[in-house]
Design a binder for this molecule. Structure first.
Ligand code: NVA
Ligand code: CP
Length: 308
């Protein structure tokens, strides 16, 4: 192990509720400053001359599998200031982190997608501004309800962990056989125990039940990277799970309900009327991936894991 013991971002589970709030607030502040033409000089100065290695292994498993992650991690981390890795098995990014002398940021594994959750919480923070000025220790999202209708996957898992930490309720509807694994349910409930006002998690196989009273409807692809061979079975199993205006109406979503999707999107999981409609936050959410990455690099690379 490295004498410097860098701090890594592998999942939202790695963050305290206060740190998660700060990361989202920092992302919001950088977004505002940079878009209004004011360059955060301290941040840019601290990053000048640094190199970040980005590794994407999802579609190169056969060429990569013979090289040990230990060797890769030791060599790459000797050359760069940080590693941003998108991997298939979460164990791969965890092993990379274990042997790396520099911070590792998970850019998606089969279990987690922390940058997506930071972007999603920023999007919700922007979409549901608090009427009173909420303290800087909060994003003002307590009591909001997310309805996740679709596959229980990596994007949901980190979102559910983050929501639990910030007092946001999550209702998940999946077809039978595609539920949140019990090991992940345990991780989500231990996230809830990290705060005195946790968000709740409920699960069902009925989309209409999940969307009841929801402030935001969320979905993702039914076929994540690596699951291509299950396409036919998944398309059949998720047949009645497409998010439509009728689903929201019949289920009784809140009047001002909004829609989120991490992209890339397929028509089967959400109808055009919702995806391109006035309730959709998807392009703001996609832009927020950039600001999430800026905040994460600032926190983990520049500030060495001190999140303030
Ligand atoms: N659940 C999807 C997210 C893509 C950003 C996947 O893992 O392929
Ligand atoms: N949402 C997301 O992770 O998109 P990419 O696969 O394009 O990075």
């Amino acid at each position: 192990t490295s004498p410097f013991a860098p701090r890594h971002l592998l999942s939202i589970a790695d963050l305290t509720p206060a740190e998660l709030t700060t990361l989202v607030r920092n992302a919001a502040a950088h977004k505002k400053a940079i878009k209004s033409g004011s360059v955060p000089k301290n941040l840019l100065g601290a990053l000048a001359g640094k190199t970040v290695a980005m590794t994407f292994s999802k579609r190169s498993t056969r060429t990569r599998v013979n090289e040990s992650l230990y060797d890769t991690s030791v060599v790459i981390s000797s050359m760069v200031s940080a590693i941003v890795a998108r991997v298939a098995a979460h164990a791969d990014v965890a092993n990379l982190a274990k042997h790396s002398s520099v911070p590792v940021i998970n850019a998606l594994s089969d279990l987690y997608h922390p940058l997506q959750t930071i972007a999603d919480l920023l999007t919700l923070h922007e979409a549901f501004p608090t009427t009173t000025s909420s303290p800087s220790t909060s994003l003002g999202l307590e009591g909001k309800k997310i309805a996740w209708v679709g596959d229980a996957n990596n994007v949901l898992f980190d979102l559910a962990i983050g929501a639990a930490k910030l007092g946001v309720d999550v209702a998940v509807a999946t077809p039978k056989g595609y539920e949140i694994p019990s090991s992940m349910r345990q991780i989500i409930s231990s996230a809830a125990s990290s705060t005195s006002t946790p968000g709740s998690l409920t699960t069902t196989t009925a989309p209409l039940e999940a969307v009841h009273n929801a402030d935001v409807l969320v979905t993702d692809t039914w076929i994540s990277m690596g699951q291509e061979s299950e396409s036919a079975a998944r398309l059949a199993a998720f047949e009645n799970f497409q998010i439509t205006n009728a689903m929201a109406e019949q289920g009784g979503a809140k009047e001002g309900w909004r829609f989120m999707h991490c992209l890339p999107r397929h028509q089967e999981e959400v109808a055009d009327e919702v995806f391109y409609g006035p309730r959709s936050l998807v392009f703001q959410e996609a832009e927020n991936r950039l600001w999430a990455a800026v905040a994460a690099i600032e926190a983990f690379v520049v500030n060495k894991g001190r999140i303030e």
